[in-house]
Design a protein around this ligand. Structure first.
Ligand code: MN
Length: 309
């Protein structure tokens, strides 16, 4: 349910990004991208921001009626150097990958696929739910694990924490002393926030940078209104953050230690060099065993040469 990165999102060069080193509220609009025939709000990456902690990609999809056959299916495609994090608010999706995993995901559950040196997957719409609403994120893998084996895990239940003004579900990482069981290769956190009026006070780690993505409703941070389709970058050096609401809202809090490595993001790859990405594309096109095969009826996704070739 997430599409490839293009040069509309980030430059096809390996680089890092400037950081403020301070608490800020910067509203960074995403863009409407297409994943198959489905429009999605791509809020990360965008120029000039590639990462928030190790989070490097976010496609917010729906809510949309899912009665159009095939609309929501994404055929087999490869990944490397990243983890995919799938989170639904409504509907269901079937994950299939080259490790042999076949996993239905429903709201409140987490699918986490680690690509490492290479994996392929497909996402199918089982066709039973009337609506679909969700987000798919990628986490950049660090040098220590990015060439390692692929893996997949599913979590039916995730820890919840009471917030002053709502409830948090911890997808990945540790929030305010409670930890998700999900694998993580870097120091990062992702929490879904179910918030109610008049607002909530979030405890934050001052050594992390953070951002908010609103999934439903709207909220205010420092008098700036944040709605779906925008990344609200909060910077670093915060111990807490006040969110003001008039109506209930749902949002995702992303955070982590600023990612120290320069990334080359192109198509479905998070690499370091253009040579790595070129080689991966060549191997996918040649049906090299690196990415394995996926037991899906959907059409395999191919891509043309990258802009540097
Ligand atoms: Mn994918």
């Amino acid at each position: 349910m997430s599409g490839p990165v293009t040069t509309e999102d980030v430059a096809a060069t390996a680089d890092g990004q400037e950081r403020t080193g301070a608490a800020v509220v910067v509203l960074e609009p995403g863009r409407i991208a297409r994943v198959g025939s489905l429009p999605v709000r791509r809020v990360l990456p965008h120029r000039p921001r590639k990462t928030v902690g190790a989070w490097c990609f976010a496609d917010h999809m729906g809510p949309v009626a899912s009665d159009a056959a095939g609309l929501l299916g994404i055929g087999p495609h490869p990944h490397l150097g990243l983890q995919t994090v799938t989170w639904l608010l409504e509907g269901e999706m079937l994950h299939l990958d080259s490790l042999g995993s076949e996993q239905l995901i429903r709201p409140g559950q987490l699918n986490l696929m680690t690509a490492g040196h290479g994996v392929a997957h497909a996402e199918e719409d089982p066709g039973r739910a009337r609506r679909l609403h969700g987000i798919q994120l990628w986490v950049a893998q660090p040098e220590a694990t990015r060439n390692g084996p692929a893996a997949f895990e599913h979590h039916d239940e995730l820890p919840r924490v009471a917030l002053d003004g709502g409830e948090g579900t911890i997808l990945v990482g540790d929030y305010d002393g409670t930890a998700s069981p999900a694998r993580r290769d870097t120091d990062h956190v992702g929490v879904e926030l179910a918030l109610c009026a008049p607002g909530a006070l979030l405890a934050l780690r001052h050594d992390y940078e953070h951002a908010l993505i609103v999934l439903e409703g709207s909220l205010r941070v420092d008098d700036q209104v944040v709605e779906p389709g925008v990344l609200a970058y909060l910077g670093t050096a915060r111990h807490e953050c006040r969110l003001d609401l008039r109506e209930p809202a749902r949002a995702l809090l992303l955070g982590g230690t600023p990612f120290p490595e320069k990334l080359l993001m192109w198509w479905n790859f998070v690499a370091r060099t253009t040579a790595e990405a070129s080689e991966a594309r060549r191997q996918w096109t040649a049906r090299d065993e690196r990415f394995g095969t996926v037991n899906s009826q959907l059409e395999r996704i191919e891509v043309g040469k990258p802009p540097w070739e």
